[in-house]
Design a protein. Structure first.
Length: 322
């Protein structure tokens, strides 16, 4: 009980650092106005990003979400960076995590290439279009849409259930034609699992919207990949997670190239962000052993709600009252 109380205080402090500190640093001004009026030394911003993303990495690992989902709404809401630069950095943050984890899942046979390739083709193509649309829209419209998307993710996280081994009585015709099935060893049970999928066409159509949103908002797509693979298509949970990580390394790369080609990726933001997220993830994995993930999940949901509401009010030009 004492240990849980101590972790509660720690995560409360981390939440304050993650959400309140950037706002205090800006002195309550809108980000654009703060940039114009600020006399802050240039090195303060990358250092602040390093510390902020370090905390994000811890919470992302514990809450089971990708770093990009936290990064884009919080950094765009409380740092004086244009939304295009934040989205470009957010995609590279999500991509770095995917590239670190994807090959390992493939080696452990927890990611399926047969499943990933048709999904990646659809999602990465749509991510390119999403990135082009996101860069062409006015910032206020994009911010409003981003906030609404984040609030939708909050609802998904709060209500979605996961099935470790979904019941798929029979493969559908499309998955049989594509040869999407597999075998993996479930170490926790000590048995071999034969899996197949159904509702393949529905799942592939959903990845059109997932890829478009990933490119448009720079969020990555892990928040949506796993529920669609697991709940809609009937892929076992571990295969869904592993395949999702591998998918991000393709989908995010496609969208990231668009942002890089438009000059929306600057090292001063990307380097400290990636370093902070990676270091925080290493710590988060260790903390996960001694804390309850459910508690952290609700902290993540609270932060996303806060950041999503901030993005909507900024996009609509309304005052944000805490």
């Amino acid at each position: 009980m004492l240990r849980l109380f101590n972790f509660t205080r720690v995560f409360a402090a981390l939440t304050v650092l993650l959400v309140i500190a950037p706002a205090a640093l800006l002195g309550g001004q809108e980000p654009a106005a703060a940039m114009e009026a600020s006399t802050t030394a240039w090195w303060v911003w990358p250092l602040s990003l390093l510390l902020l993303t370090f905390v994000m990495g811890i919470l992302a690992a514990l809450g089971g979400v990708g770093g990009g989902v936290l990064y884009v709404p919080i950094v765009s809401g409380f740092f004086p960076f244009h939304l295009d630069f934040v989205r470009g950095a957010g995609l590279l943050v999500a991509l770095s995590g995917a590239l670190a984890a994807g090959p390992g899942f493939l080696r452990m046979n927890l990611a399926s290439l047969r499943l990933a390739m048709p999904v990646a083709l659809i999602a990465s193509t749509c991510a390119i279009f999403g990135a082009l649309v996101g860069l062409s829209l006015p910032t206020n419209i994009t911010k409003t849409a981003l906030g609404l998307t984040i609030l939708g993710i909050v609802v998904l996280m709060a209500t979605a259930k996961k099935s470790t081994f979904p019941d798929v009585p029979e493969s559908d015709k499309l998955s049989s034609i594509l040869g999407i099935y597999g075998i993996y060893t479930e170490a926790s049970l000590g048995q071999t699992i034969n899996w197949k999928i159904h509702r393949t066409l529905t799942g592939l159509l959903l990845f059109i919207f997932i890829g478009f949103a990933a490119g448009m908002f720079g969020l990555g797509a892990g928040w949506a990949n796993v529920p669609v693979l697991n709940l809609t298509m009937g892929v076992p949970l571990k295969i869904s997670v592993g395949t999702s990580k591998f998918l991000l390394s393709i989908t995010d790369t496609s969208a990231a190239w668009i942002y890089m080609n438009q000059g929306c990726v600057i090292p001063m933001m990307v380097v400290p962000s990636i370093v902070g997220i990676m270091l925080g993830s290493f710590i988060g994995v260790r903390i996960l052993r001694v804390t309850k993930p459910t508690f952290v999940r609700w902290i993540v949901i609270a932060m996303l709600t806060f950041a999503g509401a901030k993005a909507v009010t900024d996009g609509l030009g309304l005052p944000f009252i805490v």
